[in-house]
Design a protein around this ligand. Structure first.
Ligand code: UDP
Length: 330
């Protein structure tokens, strides 16, 4: 398939580009490089530096690439910032996506894969989380993703758009052979911060909350390897051949892992202790979030290759060890 990967220079997008190539597809990338890294995409992949808000420029890229499918990873994803600057999130995540969808539909491109999030569930009604549970985001970031999900449903009915929205749990790790990995500025995610703390490249890890009603008092999350996430994005291609397909899938391993268990895995991988400062809870963090991903497994035949936290953290550590300054080292 010819695939336009919007946000293909970002963390998950760049891993998906690599997996698409390995699976025999032909990706091209559209990215404004606000958060993405040019070096995260190989020189053999057509690259368009374009902002999604510029619908005419997006249209020119669609005309040039004639994609069979558009995958959309480009979004701002800092929950705290979405609370303090919601307009930035509504324009960049919701409005910009509508520009992309209008440009596609005007050209008769009707297959779309969307990066959604478990943050659309808010505080879940039950665990593990199944797709049919009520969605009630507790921050603007989750709301913008849910807004797009709802727009997709309407476009599917009105115009026969076929789409899959993947609700990611905690994307983690790095492509073991790919020379790509997680490089956010600022970094807010647990695993890269814990690795930086362990090797003395960052401050001690602030542990957000030790009094949760969980076995060790710290939050439970569902860490899923970024290559496994990526593979789901083309496992759905066959289902997208049906006009008007309207598909939602959780992507997680289903295994709850506590913050302390992640820190122990980082200590094992790096061979060093993680200096920790225990602090209060971070606002907006539910005690536990983990997926029932059986729908993706049953309908798409999707099977994560990584299930345990240890090998996931090892791939993150390998990327960090070989590229201590991220893409600046490439
Ligand atoms: N966390 C932490 N210290 C940090 C960053 C994260 O204790 O510096 C915890 C956070 O409270 C959550 C888990 O680690 O329970 C995963 O957080 P992350 O920001 O990586 O992903 P999120 O779950 O927010 O998408």
């Amino acid at each position: 398939m010819n695939v336009l990967v919007v946000g293909g220079a970002g963390y998950i997008g760049s891993h998906c580009v690599r997996q698409l190539i390995l699976a025999g597809h032909r990706p091209a990338v559209l990215d404004n490089l606000v958060f993405g890294h040019r070096a995260a995409v190989g020189p053999e992949v057509p690259f368009h530096r374009v902002d999604l808000g510029d619908e005419e420029a997006v249209g020119r890229v669609l005309d040039a690439e004639r994609p069979d499918v558009v995958m959309h990873f480009a979004a701002f994803a800092y929950v705290g910032e979405s609370v303090t600057d919601p307009l930035k999130y509504y324009f960049n995540n919701s409005v910009a996506t509508l520009h992309l969808l209008r440009a596609m539909l005007r050209r008769g491109i009707r297959r779309f894969v969307f990066s959604s999030t478990c943050a659309t569930y808010g505080v879940p009604q039950g665990l593990p989380i199944v797709e049919g549970m009520p969605q009630s985001p507790i921050n603007p970031y989750g709301q913008t993703k849910l807004d797009v999900e709802n727009a997709l449903k309407a476009l599917s009915k009105a115009h026969g758009l076929s789409f899959a929205a993947f609700r990611y749990f905690n994307a983690a790790g790095a492509s073991p052979e790919g020379g790509i990995g997680e490089d956010h500025a600022p970094e807010t995610h647990l695993i890269p911060l814990a690795i930086a703390a362990a090797v003395g490249q960052g401050p001690p890890l602030k542990l957000f909350g030790t009094d949760y009603p969980t076995p060790d008092g710290t939050c439970l999350r569902d860490y899923v390897h970024v290559d496994d996430l990526s593979r789901a994005h083309f496992a759905v291609f066959e289902a997208l051949a049906t006009p008007g397909a309207s598909l939602f899938y959780n992507l997680g391993t289903g295994i709850p892992t506590s913050v302390r268990e992640v820190l122990a895995a980082v200590e094992r991988a790096t061979g060093r202790p993680v200096p920790v400062v225990e602090g209060p809870r971070r606002e907006g963090d539910p005690p536990a979030l983990y997926a029932d991903a059986s729908k993706a497994r049953t309908e798409l035949g999707w099977q994560p290759e990584y299930e345990e936290i240890a090998p996931i953290v090892e791939t993150a550590w390998k990327w960090h060890r070989d590229h201590p300054h991220g893409f600046a080292d490439r």
